[in-house]
Design a protein around this ligand. Structure first.
Ligand SMILES: Cc1cc2nc3c(=O)[nH]c(=O)nc-3n(C[C@H](O)[C@H](O)[C@H](O)COP(=O)(O)O)c2cc1C
Length: 435
């Protein structure tokens, strides 16, 4: 179990329905041994009462910037210095916008500017608010400033819709905290910003060191990523374990090489760099249509999406009721094959440089080679999935094949792997144009 003994945590709570989960989170932080002081916004008080938080934290709850202590200029600075970690859960869209802009118009926002402790945000909001370009751009700004974002999950929302925006459960927030506590025991602002500078320097020097055949300036890339969902009825669907992380990392890596990237994405809760154009789809048929309308003016097509091979032939318009089948122990779904989007693109009269992915549970090389040949792809990136590899993990390894060559990309974090793969794609793309 996570041991937070000796850690001082400021728990910030902003105004959203998920504020009730902050009460459970507070209990878990205390149970792990942390000293916790709670800061709530005015709006948060409409959702949870200061009294509950005061009793559970064993400290007065802070809300007001202008207390008698503050008049001697100490309250918020003392609290900012006291904190080893500033954890804000839930973080509302409004609050995210305020701190992305460096505002200090209430106690919690002021603390974010005044503290040198790591800041961790667990956003929670309606999916349209989360996916709005304004919120996504604020999130990018905060990430650049090394604020840790605990990306919200997909799921049923308080408003009844299904989509990304649900705050992580307290257990998942505690797990993220565990890795932060191990990484950041002595973090201070100087180290934080010097790390940031050196990351940016590394990135810039990597870009400066690009050979011409690794640059994708003036190149249009169309990509697919994430899973598809095939409806059974209005409530249920068939899907798979793809998190979308590999595709999203690759979109970022290609954009870093100068490419103009459009990403057609199935449902997932990941963010993309601002200059990547993203189009949401749900089913394989939606994805096929989106690809068909955009394929003609791209030079590279990369299919990282885990498209469902089959869909339900006749999805029910109404929810399928258990009671109707009460005499039956089984329910039969009639499945029909989905279109093979990758093969469609590769068999066009003038195909773009076409890259496929193969996720296999065995005989990776043989299956990948067969797929490369049968679909006439320009390149295929294959990996072993299952047993803790491939899907829903942060590290991966790839075997990349193309007609007449292959390269092993060893196990590494997905973004680093994506950067190596992006360079290889650029090299092979330029080689194909020359030949
Ligand atoms: C019933 C209700 C639920 C709300 N839920 C959310 C939410 O989940 N996420 C969010 O960003 N805003 C939500 N809002 C809007 C925020 O409360 C509002 O933007 C407020 O200004 C946030 O202030 P704060 O960031 O200072 O706490 C909700 C508002 C109401 C009335």
């Amino acid at each position: 179990m996570l041991n937070l003994t000796g850690k001082n945590i400021v728990l910030g709570i902003t105004g959203g329905i998920a504020a009730y989960k902050a009460i459970i989170l507070l209990r878990q932080l205390k149970a792990a041994g942390a000293e916790v002081q709670v800061v709530i916004t005015d709006a948060a008080q409409a959702f949870v009462t200061p009294l509950t938080l005061q009793v559970l934290s064993n400290h007065p709850v802070h809300n007001n910037l202008f207390t008698p202590q503050a008049q001697s200029g100490i309250d918020h600075i003392e609290l900012a210095n006291w904190a080893n970690i500033l954890l804000i859960a839930p973080a509302s869209a409004d609050f995210i916008a305020r701190i992305a802009n460096g505002l200090a118009n209430d106690l919690l926002a002021t603390l974010c500017l005044a503290t040198t402790a790591p800041i961790i945000l667990a956003p929670a909001m309606n999916q349209n608010m989360w996916l709005h370009p304004a919120t996504q751009s604020n999130i990018q700004i905060l990430k650049i400033r090394q604020v840790q974002i605990l990306e919200p999950e997909m799921g049923i929302q308080a408003c009844g819709t299904v989509g990304p925006g649900r705050m992580l459960e307290p257990e998942a927030i505690m797990a993220a905290l565990a890795s932060n506590v191990t990484k950041n025991t002595t973090q201070d602002t100087n180290r934080l910003y010097s790390n940031l500078d050196s990351n940016l320097d590394n990135l810039n020097s990597n870009l400066d060191n690009l050979r011409p055949e690794q640059s994708l300036t003036n190149t249009k890339v169309l990509m697919t990523a994430g899973p598809t969902r095939e409806p059974i009825d209005p409530i249920r669907y068939i899907s798979n374990r793809s998190s979308g992380r590999m595709g999203y990392s690759l979109a970022q890596a290609l954009e870093e090489l100068g490419a103009q990237v459009s990403l057609i994405s199935g449902p997932c809760a990941l963010s993309v760099p601002l200059s990547v154009e993203r189009l949401w789809v749900e089913t394989a048929l939606d994805m096929e249509q989106a690809v068909q309308t955009r394929i003609s003016d791209c030079q590279i097509f990369i299919a990282t999406a885990a498209v469902a091979d089959y869909r339900v032939a006749n999805p029910s318009v109404q929810k399928i009721k258990k009671s109707l089948q009460s005499s039956e122990d089984t329910l039969t779904l009639n499945l029909i094959k989905n279109p093979d989007i990758l093969a469609q693109v590769a068999s066009r009269p003038n195909p773009p440089f076409t890259v496929g992915f193969a996720a296999e549970t065995q005989d990776v090389e043989a299956y990948a080679k067969a797929k490369l040949d049968s679909k006439k792809l320009s390149m295929i990136a294959a990996n072993l999935v299952g047993a803790g590899q491939g899907f829903e993990v942060t590290e991966n390894a790839l075997l990349v094949l193309w007609p007449g060559g292959q390269r092993n990309l060893v196990k590494q974090p997905k973004l680093s792997l994506a950067r190596n793969l992006a360079r290889l794609i650029a090299e092979r793309y330029h080689a194909q144009i020359k030949s």
